[in-house]
Design a binder for this molecule. Structure first.
Ligand code: PMP
Length: 428
């Protein structure tokens, strides 16, 4: 494939945008090479600036569960735009989408809309601190909750330590309130809690991790966290920015039958427009301004275009729950196909999958947390990524990401993907 125009556009972009991109992972830093500039997209395909057609497994990093430019979503946005793009006043559609979301997701009474997953998680933690009157939070190594200061903390070698910032600009003062634990390791979490008794406001996690590849929770991990939280007066926050409205109507809470205290959303809930949300029982949400003292606000929050897109998307998922089964079947088919061609070519690999989330790791060991995810062979991943791209298959440009399937993918697309993978596997 030719990427001449993308390359020229990237050079121009770098003159006026840091790194040429508005979100770092888009820059292909982890895999080398230059990013592709997209001109348009429809269904399961991206069309780039050079006229190449690519089968898309990123889907805007998750939101486009029904495919690009899905007609009901586009129609809702266009009709809404004609009536005005922002009012800064309450609108009826905010209540409509809130009621629908509350009816789909277990264990929540009220929901507040924001503009991104970052805002949702940042606000959820502030609410947890305000509700419990405690300062510290526990996050897991390898889980991503957006770019707000408290979350940009990386594990050192010891798991049970105070965090240190992994981005300049995050103060030591902020970092010290973020405690780190290992995903899927309940004993480790219990240790961190006992060393910080009565100081922890919340545990936040991706209940199915998607930001170190796809890592489902080990058996009893979520139940164990629930129990530890109940015993220690700690709120459990499920960051369902990736998994919400994707793995099931009610997300991971429904799928695993474990209740969270606060749930955060992004991606699918906005149908591809900038939307995030956080939700909880009324007792917790009543602490938010203007009902309560915990401040949180947004000029464009509940934006009519974003709400229209989100409502169209959630309505379709709510009315057609068979979409989740269909997506799971497609992902299973892809899993089997990828595993078979990689095995045939003697490529060491581990594939993790749940629902419509899947990731390929070039490692022998099961991938269950950040440490095991990091054991994957990055050189092989780079070759795999660029090989697939040359065959017209676009996956996330980093081994620490998940592939998101869309219902717009046909079995023909999946076969083409498996065929591409078979060709690339022989070169690895
Ligand atoms: N939480 C999770 C689980 C995410 O995957 C992301 C983004 N990939 C975020 C939070 C942050 O969302 P946003 O990029 O919309 O700020």
């Amino acid at each position: 494939m030719i990427y001449k125009r993308s390359s020229a556009l990237f050079k121009e972009a770098q003159k006026v945008i840091p790194g040429g991109v508005n979100s770092p992972v888009r820059a292909f830093t982890a895999v080398g090479g230059e990013p592709i500039f997209v001109e348009k997209a429809k269904g399961a395909y991206l069309y780039d600036a050079d006229g190449n057609k690519l089968i898309d497994y990123i889907n805007s990093w998750g939101p486009l569960i029904l495919g690009h430019a899905h007609e009901p979503v586009v129609k809702a946005v266009v009709e809404s735009a004609e009536k005005g793009t922002s009012f800064g006043t309450p609108t009826e559609i905010e209540t409509e989408i809130a009621s629908l979301a509350v009816s789909m997701v277990p264990n929540i009474d009220k929901i507040r809309f924001v503009n991104s997953g970052t805002e949702a998680c940042m606000s959820a933690v502030r609410l947890a601190r305000g509700f419990t009157g405690k300062d510290k939070i526990i996050k897991f190594a390898g889980c991503y909750h957006g770019h707000s200061d408290s979350f940009l903390i990386q594990a050192g070698s010891g798991a049970v330590t105070f965090g240190t910032p992994n981005s300049p600009g995050v103060t030591g003062g902020t970092a010290k309130d973020t405690l780190l634990a290992d995903f899927n390791d309940l004993n480790n979490v219990a240790e961190v809690i006992s060393e910080n008794k009565d100081e922890i406001a919340c545990i936040i996690l991706e209940p199915v991790a998607g930001n170190m590849g796809c890592i489902p929770p080990a058996k009893d991990f979520l139940e164990g966290l629930r129990k530890l939280c109940d015993e220690n007066n700690i709120l459990l926050i499920f960051d369902e920015v990736m998994t919400g409205f994707r793995l099931a109507k009610g997300g991971v809470q429904e799928l695993y039958g474990v209740d969270a205290d606060i749930v955060t959303f992004g991606k699918v809930i906005g149908g591809g427009l900038p939307v995030g949300a956080f939700a909880a029982r009324a007792e917790i949400m009543s602490h938010l301004a203007p009902e309560g003292p915990v401040y949180q606000a947004g000029t464009l929050s509940g934006n009519p275009l974003a709400m229209a897109a989100g409502l169209a998307m959630l309505s379709e998922l709510n009315n057609n729950p068979e979409i989740f089964t269909s997506l799971e079947k497609k992902t299973e088919y892809l899993h089997k196909g990828l595993a078979s061609v990689l095995t045939e070519a003697n490529v060491t690999h581990t594939i993790n999958r749940i629902g419509s989330m899947i990731s390929v790791h070039f490692s022998e060991t099961p991938v269950t947390d950040f440490k095991t995810a990091a054991l994957g062979n990055n050189d092989t991943f780079k070759k795999f990524f660029h090989g697939l791209l040359a065959e017209g298959v676009y996956i996330a440009p980093s081994a620490f990401e998940t592939w998101f399937l869309t219902e717009a993918l046909t079995y023909k697309d999946l076969d083409a993907t498996i065929e591409a993978c078979s060709k690339v596997a022989k070169t690895l």
